[in-house]
Design a protein around this ligand. Structure first.
Ligand SMILES: [Zn+2]
Length: 202
């Protein structure tokens, strides 16, 4: 089978299969084999990927992403958890890519060099390798310097920062703004004393 070409966002979305649950906790888009099959189908990968090896590859991915964003803070979903050591994570993902054994073919298309990669593995056996390759290619590229963990309240996502963008998406930017506003406008003891003296606010 031919491997997907645009894989940077696939790598980020794989890392972001941990999501906030809206209540300060974390939900897992790969919480069961059935959930994992849904996620894989949604990303045009075979749902026949091994569930355990998919989870192991995700742990390895999160460990490498957490290391890649340093000195910026890791996702809060990775704080306080026993992360996989980066050497182990790297070994695991490169092992998956090794099993995939991608063959690279270059061609000319209208004067431009194009590249395609393919594997002899069946799609089901290839899926975890495809994800592992996407993650390692991203982290080995200049884009690795742009990776950040979103620090908006509750968010646990990694994202690729563009220019002055601070948050992974507009809803996070809104939440962060609201939180900052609330922090600045928290009534202090003095404020409430003044409020009492001058009557209720109009
Ligand atoms: Zn976010």
């Amino acid at each position: 089978m031919e491997l997907p070409t645009e894989t940077a966002s696939l790598a980020v979305e794989f890392a972001n299969t941990l999501v906030h649950d809206g209540r300060g906790g974390v939900d897992d888009l790969l919480s069961s084999a059935a959930a994992a099959q849904r996620w894989l189908r949604g990303h045009r990968l075979s749902p026949d990927a091994g569930y355990e090896s998919l989870l192991a590859a995700r742990s390895a991915t999160r460990a490498l992403f957490a290391a890649a964003v340093a000195p910026y803070p890791a996702s809060r979903a990775d704080n306080g958890r026993t992360a996989m050591p980066t050497a182990t994570a790297l070994q695991l993902l490169s092992g998956n890519v090794g099993a995939l054994a991608p063959a690279t073919r270059y061609a000319y298309d209208a004067g431009r060099v194009t590249v395609t990669r393919s594997t002899r593995l069946e799609p089901g056996a290839a899926a975890v390798g495809v994800l592992s390759l996407a993650v390692l290619e991203l982290l080995a590229s200049p884009a690795a310097d742009e990776m950040r963990a979103c620090q908006a309240p509750r968010c646990v996502r990694y994202f690729r920062k563009h220019r002055r963008q601070e948050w992974c998406k507009p809803s996070c930017a809104n939440r962060a703004r609201v939180a900052r506003y609330a922090e600045r406008h928290q009534p202090t003891a003095d404020d409430s004393a003044n409020a009492d003296a001058s009557g209720p606010p109009r």
